[in-house]
Design a protein around this ligand. Sequence first.
Ligand code: PMV
Length: 349
Amino acid sequence: MSTDHEWGPTGPQERVLDRGPTAIAHPNIALIKYWGKRDERLIIPYVDSLSMTLDVFPTTTTVRLDPAARTDTVTLDGTPATGEPRQRVIAFLELVREMAGRTEPAAVDTRNAVPTGAGLASSASGFAALAVAAATAYGLDLDDTALSRLARRGSASAARSIFGGFALCHAGQGVGAAADISSYAEPVPVPDFAPALVIALVNAGPKAVSSRAAMRRTVETSPLYQAWAASSKDDLTDMRAALGRGDLEAVGEIAERNALGMHATMLAARPAVRYLSPATVAVLDGVLQLRRDGIPAYATMDAGPNVKVLCHPADAARVAEGVLGAAPGCSVVTARCGPGARLRTGAEQ
Ligand code: PMV
């Protein structure tokens, strides 16, 4: 998290305080995926993961304490949240209140610049922004590691969005409190590597199966899961070396094989979890064609049909063209590395 926020005694800054702190966080896309929890309550992943935080689709969240209210209120993109999304935010606030020794209800207002629940990591930016805003609202003084640990309790991928650039999330060791303390993300400095990620939005609708349910089913029923988790360790070692060399071709190949392996584990679940649609496969064909044409482009997909294509920034326009040619119905957004989660300053109001 950036620490450029300062509250002054007067002026616009005071209005920020009246409304409660506002935090901004960006989604991240895993190059080495997290899939499967070994503790569902504490949200402890089975595998380490490594991601790139994006500079597009931020989530902006304000948490205002409301001592006079009877319950928390949660507004998502201007509409009162209901059902599971509301419950997840309230459970998260309860955790923060327990940590802070406080009891006041809060009003949470969240705005996503990304379609929610479409496999575009809105839970990552969402819980990273909520962690920063809620910790501030309830007076918790947490460093980035502790914020990352806290964000993980909302959604494991959110632990990585606390940091900008590239981040590694540790699956941690042991069980219970030992697992909780050892599972957090940290930045992976990669000084000379700034690829582009061309995001092909093939379907912005909410997903049929939540990643939570899909992960559980995969871990419990897929005969391929353990093999993928084991190979993911090797992928991570190879990925760190490739990032260190700034080798886009190697980074892309490893990311693509890791993602396809993850989707293979889901396809082997009983019943199968299939997030990939015909348009996804068309984009994958387009990526193969780009490589045949000599353009290094590599695909990764999450819990949804959208495809993210890693490439050199200088090739991004050509890659976007190739993707649109292969899947004419989709739309394309090009992202670069983005910043970590931070409080919004008074000047940004
Ligand atoms: O944290 P969740 O529930 O949004 O998990 C999503 C996991 C993937 O996006 C599929 C992979 C990852 O590591 O982000």
